[in-house]
Every structure is written in C-alpha cells, then in structure tokens.
Design a protein around this ligand. Sequence first.
Ligand code: ATP
Length: 364
Amino acid sequence: MSETVLSIRNLSISFKTSNGMVNAIRGVDLDLHKGETVAIVGESGSGKSVTVKAIMRILSSNQRINSGSITFNYERDGKRVSQDLLKLSKKEMRNRINGKRIAMVFQDPMTSLNPTMTIGHQIMEGMIIHLKKSRSEAYERALELLTLVGITAPEKRMKCYPHQLSGGMRQRVVIAIMLACNPEVLICDEPTTALDVTIQAKILELIKDIQAKTNISVIYITHDLGVVAKVADYVAVMYAGKIVERGSVNEIFYDPKHPYTWGLLSSMPDIGSENEKLYTIPGSPPNLLNKVVGDAFAPRNVHALNIDFKQEPPMFKVSDTHYAATWLLHDNAPRVEMSDTLRKRIDKVVKEVGSEWMQPHSYK
Ligand SMILES: Nc1ncnc2c1ncn2[C@@H]1O[C@H](COP(=O)(O)OP(=O)(O)OP(=O)(O)O)[C@@H](O)[C@H]1O
C-alpha cells in the first residue's frame, strides 16, 4: 500500500449550541493514501462535512475539539514532514496548508469564486502568493490548468468573470484554482450535486483523470453511492458521527457487513428499477444532543441484538482493509446476511455501472 498522506485518529468534535452540546463527531479514524480516493458516505447530518472541515480547520467558532489528531505527511523544503494539523495556528494553516497543500472544492462553485475578478486573476493569485511565481509564469500555468480541466480557448476564458460561465464550467475553474498550487490532497464536498447529470459525470471523469495525471489524494464526500462506485478506491460509511464501516469499494459493494450499509445500498436510486418502490431506511438518525448509548443505529436496525442497546460495538476486522462496527460480526452473534432482495439489487447495479471499478483492486 502507498504512503499515508493523512491520518485521522480518534477525532471527537462537539458544537456548543443554545440547546446544549451537539456531539457531531464521535471518535473518527480515517486514513488517506497517496494517489487514492476515499469516499465518505452517509445520510445528511452524519458528520461528513464536519470531518473534512476539521482537516481544513474551517469549523465555526462554536466548535470544541474533544480529542484526536489529524496527521498530515507532506513535502516541505524538499523533505517529508509529519504534522498534526490540530496543533497548528489558524495563521499557520492559512500560510502553509490551506489552498497550498490541501485544497477543497465545495458544492456550489460560487462560494469559491470572486464575482468581481476575472477567472484568470483568480487562478494566478495563489501561484503568485504561495508559490512566488512571476506573473508570466503564473499566466502560462493558468492556461495549462484550464486546458487540463477541459476548458477550450483558455486565453479567452482567462478574461471572463464567473457569471459569464455555465455551472459546469465554473466548477472546472474552481478545480483549476484548487490545483494551481499543486496540493497533495483535494477534498471534494459533493462538487457535482448542483449540476445536471451529464455535467456531473464529466466532472467526476475530470477528477479521476487529474488524479491519474498528478497522483493527488482525494477525499470525496457524497450521499450518492452511484458516485462512490465511479470515483472511490475506499469507502468510509458514516453514521451519527462515527465511521461504522470502511473497506475497498469492492468490499463495501460486494460484501457489506453493517446493516446501515445494507440500508444505504438498498436506498440507492440507481439500483431500483422503474417499477420497484425505492427503499428508505426506517426512522431517523439520533439527536446528537443526547448521549448515544450502545449502537446508534440500533433503533432503526431490524437485526438489532440486545447488546446493541447497551454497548457500543468495536470495529470488527473483516479483512486487512475491511472493518465494520456491528455486533453481528461477533462470534456469538446469530448469522445474519443481507437480504436476497438487496443482493439482487446490488448485482443489478453492478451490471448497470459495470466497468473497471468492479475489478479486483490493485494497490498503487
Ligand atoms: N456550527 C454548528 N453548530 C451546531 N451543530 C453543527 C454545526 N455544524 C454541524 N453541526 C451538526 O453536526 C452534525 C454533522 O453535520 P455535517 O454537516 O457534518 O453532516 P453531513 O454528513 O455533512 O450532512 P450533509 O450531507 O447534509 O451535508 C449535524 O448534527 C449538524 O447539525
């Protein structure tokens, strides 16, 4: 397996609110390796955005980091250094990390673009400030980046303002801006949801393409398991502020172990045929203002065991790369498998999505 670029350990984060403390992240562990894509999936409110915003240290001021570390291994002055990002000051984060070594693409490209500046200026700015490039060097590189992200007539586009471009083009420009400083990690927070399906597919292809060319590591946040299937090497499934299952994309799609993952896969729209009623997981996630006892998913889990209501399950090892936090994996638990209906639905989507992502994983 390739070098670990980012390693999150035991991360717990709460938010102070007028109703009390919201325990948004409860002991997250996550690794990102060089050149690989980890997708974080889960329902709304499961803690995906808080996790990546913690990496960038851009959480709101009511945040409290209760425990944990976020170790980033990166290149500085020609040497590999290891740094706990939680120990850096905001200023050090701004000068050394954000935008330069870790870049983030948000759902709405307009949040990252300045409407009053030409896109050329915006792509060149980071290179001039962070990489100390001359204007002409930055200009040449900006043209290359626009070409890399699939924008034709780049000289002409450099002079455009964001409002003169379509949504898909703006997202491409944001990706070009994010790549300008050659970051080692790119974080994409549902960057395609605001776009139509064809453009979505093109942006996903673009991110994969860039990864193949630059060996950048990517964290991809999404609700959409279809997207995961297309972009990810590894998947982390989040529920109520915890990662409840993680594994390679094949392990998560072919051999999911956590009943929550079964639920997510069953509710994946791509799987249901037109006649089939789309499945939704019954109930709703717990209120994180309250202390969670046992397995947070237990009240929604038809396969719940008595222990689920009393004790939190540890991460059980399924393979070197596959772990799941469900008591169903305990030796003494009854044997429960995903339903036949789900198995059939997964097989169907595998056929639909097809292609190389369902081939055995080869580690880079
Ligand atoms: N500033 C904040 N103050 C209080 N609670 C917050 C704050 N930011 C996030 N939370 C809470 O933290 C939890 C996790 O939120 P997060 O945005 O990470 O979810 P998510 O999985 O990214 O959801 P979505 O898919 O809807 O973006 C939620 O319960 C949310 O209400």
